[in-house]
Design a protein around this ligand. Structure first.
Ligand code: UTP
Length: 473
């Protein structure tokens, strides 16, 4: 028998078998649910229906709707690209050229004044928008409320775009309304939600949080690019005349929102994107640092785990600094033009970081992978990125871990604020008394009195403050 006739014969047998089965059981292959199972099979994810028969009708509907709403081809592409890229050799890295960084010691007084004025003028002209990244789940901090509802929030008088996720949205909105929008008009703020992606096991299978729901997580703070685009907020920005966008994370209590000096520097440089950086505290500090990927390649950030011991401790003989010393602190500035371009490029790229985290599953917490893009993933797409050094004690006090941990706790952040503001008060001619040791207390200056230590003389000169206390209007 020839191959073609054999195929015909086999086909006929298969058709007859199928017809017999159809006669014995209802024609399920045509039911929408069966079609969904077939689609899941195409992507190797049919296990999500493993317990379907044990679910109540409501639970079943919930699961079916959840799956129907997934863009399975896109998610499958992301999973495959991201898992595949893990095994690929990565291009060697090089330190960031020195002249790419505006270091604190190279900045003159004239530079600072020029940038401050340029920035203020641009803000006054309504050309700056501010984006707050507040979609993270704060798993390390171990709180149920979003981080933004937990730490002091600083009001601004510029249009404020606040990114939440399904996990933080409701609580964040409630927090703002219960605090009367911190003195802002509610329409000065636009909330928008970032996307989510299913959490997966190491072999790329969806993890079930319950028998009828997938474990999902926000798609990383780099999800901001796609979310701004899909919620049409880039168009909203353009209609308001915004040209520059300041973008920062919610968990840094020393953040200088809409910093005029940084904005002025950014405009002066004519860059498409910029990042504030702080100097790495010590070689083994577990922070991501800026590097060039490949010989003469683009600027990007690598995790500390990618730097081996000799690289992490290598010293630049000329500057005496660590060669890889510029830490990423999630304080960025972008042109609106660049934000319009980058979302498409990142989506096409399809490679997400695989963050190994504790994932809630049917069988309790399990280690699994969250698929995330990071805010710095856009830098390789930028025609130019400028780095701007800031001092940790002035601008970076992150809240990452619960009190009792060794670093980046609510308590360490609170003390950083008190320390900085106490220095401002002393520099402005004030005096301090305290009945607990000074390292555990201090003065807090309301952001309505001073943004970065300026204009405090009239309030402080010759006055004595008893710590702890707050200086407000
Ligand atoms: P982190 O990387 O510290 O993540 O976020 P996290 O979710 O707050 O905390 P862990 O890792 O679960 O403990 C840095 C900034 O990025 C925001 C966070 O809200 C924070 O401002 N972020 C993070 C998002 O907006 N979306 C995300 O998907 C992740």
């Amino acid at each position: 028998m020839g191959a073609a006739s054999m195929e015909r014969e086999n086909g006929a047998v298969a058709a007859a078998a199928a017809a017999t089965t159809e006669m014995l059981s209802p024609p399920r292959v045509n039911s929408p649910r069966q079609a969904l199972v077939e689609r899941l099979k195409d992507y190797g994810q049919e296990d999500v229906f493993a317990l379907l028969d044990e679910l109540s009708p409501d639970e079943r509907d919930f699961l079916v709707r959840d799956i129907e709403n997934l863009d399975l081809p896109r998610i499958d592409r992301i999973i495959r690209c991201s898992l595949h890229s893990q095994g690929l050799p990565v291009a060697a890295i090089e330190p960031v050229p020195e002249n790419w960084v505006a270091t604190v010691d190279r900045r003159t007084m004239e530079d600072r004044e020029k940038w401050w004025k340029m920035g203020l003028k641009t803000i006054y002209e309504g050309k700056l928008g501010v984006v707050l990244l507040s979609g993270g789940q704060g798993t390390r901090l171990g709180i149920s409320d979003p981080k933004g509802c937990f730490s002091p929030t600083r009001p601004v008088t510029i249009h404020w775009y606040i990114m939440t996720s399904p996990f933080t949205d409701e609580a964040t909105r409630k927090y703002f309304s219960s605090h009367k929008y911190f003195g802002l008009e509610p329409d000065q703020i636009s909330f928008f939600q970032q996307g989510t992606l299913p959490c997966i096991s190491k072999d790329g299978k969806f993890i079930m949080e319950t028998p009828f729901s997938l474990a999902k997580a926000p798609d990383g703070n780099g999800g901001v690019y796609a979310a701004l685009k899909s919620s049409r907020l880039l168009e909203d920005m353009a209609s308001r005349g915004i040209k520059y966008v300041d973008c920062y994370g919610v968990d840094n209590v020393l953040v200088r929102v809409a910093d005029p000096t940084f904005l002025g520097y950014f405009i002066d440089k004519g860059a498409a994107s910029a990042a504030k950086v702080v100097r790495k505290a010590y070689p083994q500090e577990q922070v991501g640092v800026f590097v060039r990927r490949g010989k003469g390649g683009p600027l990007t950030v690598v995790e500390y785990s990618e730097l081996d011991q000799p690289m992490a401790s290598a010293i630049n003989q000329r500057t005496g600094r660590l060669q890889y010393c510029w830490s990423n602190v999630c304080l960025n500035m972008f042109t609106l033009d660049f934000l319009n371009q980058v979302a498409t490029g990142l989506e096409k790229d399809g490679v997400y970081h695989l963050a190994e985290k504790k994932i809630p599953s049917m069988n309790g917490y399990t280690m699994g992978l969250k698929l995330e893009q990071f805010i710095f993933d856009s830098f390789p797409y930028a025609p130019s990125t400028a780095l701007f050094e800031v001092l940790r004690e002035e601008e970076f006090a992150p809240v990452k871990n619960a009190n009792g941990s060794n670093f980046d706790t609510p308590e360490s952040a609170r003390l950083s604020v008190l320390r900085l503001h106490t220095r401002w008060v002393i520099a402005a001619g004030g005096f301090l008394t305290h009945s607990v040791p000074l390292y555990a207390t201090g003065v807090e200056v309301s952001p309505l009195c001073s943004y970065a230590g300026e204009n405090l003389e009239a309030i402080c000169r010759g006055r004595t403050f008893h710590a702890p206390c707050e200086i407000s209007l």
